[in-house]
Design a protein around this ligand. Structure first.
Ligand SMILES: [Fe+2]
Length: 493
């Protein structure tokens, strides 16, 4: 195959360099670079290119003007727009002006190869439908372009929605819902291949009828020697002897290994699956695989981080034998209260992690103050008070824990607004922090300290009730009285 001649027009040197490397060294193209639309246009006037990649915002002449001018010189020149993530509107505008396609930054070699392949095959396609250069059937091309725009924008929407999901259970639910919409089908299923068995994680619509027999039925997709790739299959329609139905299978892969698959059944318009459906299913499955892979990496990272921070807490508590396991007990009590109050799964997770770390800021408090057996001076108390802000600051650089940080920062606020560090009151204090305040105080009262013995459960409860509405949210105190810890029943930690 002849070398493709490519022009890259972008004022950003990094984009130019990256594309130059990808196009020249990996894709084997003959590549020229231009820094502005004006430079690019001059090159297009002088030489013949197979494809132009252009940025939209550039000095001297922007991408849209370049497309217009270049199309005047050669109406059939494929022009691909390079656009930032989320600026699909700009890309659509560029396509209205005649751009052939667009890629979003950051792009991969796969994106580039896909575009180059399309550019190689599209002239063939036009020939196949019998359209001569010069008399292009614009209606046909417009319709094809419109359909492509629809599927691309739907895919963009779909990947944006998937990007928000860190919990695989939510991914399964969303994927089958999006699958039905994207392929316009009656049913979609999400399969996972685990320990030699096929497990149906989620299905909707008419895929539900396969759920009982799925293991035998779908296992052939994962059989030995099964190459990854989308394929369709005609199968007897369950329950009806003479009817056949077509299903489309798109494998989910990580590093080329198939770990699951998406199955689509029954186009809503009654037609069979075509090449375009296969391509969409493939792209969709790739995006889903990436999300699952990212979630797995995130989980490993998250659990490493959690265990590092937990060992930090253990080392803080080891400094002071009286506070041993304090964080664990406080978390346990807080979770019991949260259950009574019906908090969301998300808030429960915040308590599980944030509760454990609520006193992490004590790492910044001097031993002489933290471990002082007697009464603290005003100055020393001011130093102790800093621990909630220090804790918040410790987690600040880690962007995953905004709600945990709030819990840590505000666990010494009071319901009447006389707490620290920000003097928040009532509902201004995050509910998780109001809960932790009750659990924290109860545990402090019922634990032995160097200067006093532990209070009895009943005395501690009386104190909580006395301070309800002042130091504590009455709703939280009430919930505490209802849970095991509040009733004096010890539970396993
Ligand atoms: Fe504290």
């Amino acid at each position: 195959m002849e070398k493709l001649k490519v022009l890259v027009v972008d004022d950003d040197q990094m984009v130019r360099d990256t594309l130059y490397q990808l196009l020249t060294q990996i894709a084997g193209c003959d590549t020229e670079l231009a820094e502005t639309g004006k430079d690019g246009l001059e090159k297009i006037q002088k030489e013949e290119f197979n494809v132009v990649f252009t940025d939209l915002t550039m000095p001297e002449m922007n991408g849209i003007d370049l497309i217009k001018e270049a199309k005047r010189i050669n109406p059939y020149l494929p022009i691909v727009v390079i656009t930032g993530y989320g600026s699909i509107d700009n890309a659509v505008n560029a396509m209205k002006e005649g751009a052939t396609d667009f890629i979003t930054k950051p792009f991969t070699i796969e994106n580039i190869m896909e575009i180059l392949n399309r550019i190689k095959t599209e002239p063939k396609l036009i020939k196949e439908i019998g359209v001569e250069k010069g008399s292009v059937n614009l209606n046909f091309l417009n319709l094809a372009l419109y359909k492509k725009y629809l599927s691309i924008s739907l895919l963009q929407e779909v990947s944006a929605e998937l990007d928000e999901l860190y919990d695989n259970k939510k991914v399964y639910d969303k994927v089958v819902e999006l699958g039905n919409k994207l392929l316009d089908v009656k049913g979609t299923a999400f399969l996972m291949f685990e320990n030699g068995k096929v497990k149906m994680r989620k299905c909707i619509g008419n895929m539900e009828k396969f759920s009982l027999s799925h293991n035998n039925f779908f296992s052939e997709f994962f059989g030995e020697g099964q190459k990854p790739g989308v394929f369709k299959k005609t199968i007897p329609n369950l329950g009806q002897v003479s009817n056949y139905t077509e299903i489309l299978f798109a494998p989910l892969t990580i590093n080329g290994e198939v770990f699951g698959g998406l199955v689509f059944n029954g186009k809503n318009d009654g037609s069979g699956f075509n090449e375009e459906d296969i391509a969409i299913a493939n792209t969709f499955a790739k995006k889903v695989s990436l999300r699952i892979e990212n979630n797995a990496l995130y989980e490993v990272f998250y659990s490493n981080l959690v265990s590092t921070l937990k060992s930090l807490i253990i080392s803080i508590e080891a400094r002071d034998s009286y506070t041993k396991k304090h964080s664990e007990r406080v978390t346990n009590y807080s979770l019991q209260i949260a259950k009574v109050l019906g908090l969301s799964d998300e808030d429960i997770d915040v308590i599980k992690f944030g509760g454990y770390l609520h006193d992490i800021g004590k790492i910044g408090v001097k031993d002489t103050v933290l471990l002082k057996p007697g009464k603290l001076t005003d100055e020393e108390f001011e130093e102790i008070k800093l621990h909630s802000v220090i804790g918040d600051n410790i987690l600040k650089p880690i962007k995953f824990f905004p709600k945990e940080r709030e819990l840590i920062r505000h666990h010494h606020e009071r319901y009447d607004g006389r707490g620290y560090p920000d003097g928040l009151g009532g509902e201004e204090i995050p509910l998780t922090a109001r809960i932790l305040a009750v659990a924290d105080t109860y545990d402090a009262m019922t634990s032995t300290r160097p200067y006093r013995k532990a209070l009895d459960h009943s005395v501690a409860i009386e104190e909580l009730i006395r301070c309800s509405g002042k130091q504590f949210d009455p709703k939280v105190v009430e919930a505490f009285l209802e849970c095991d810890a509040g009733k004096g029943i010890k539970t396993e930690i």
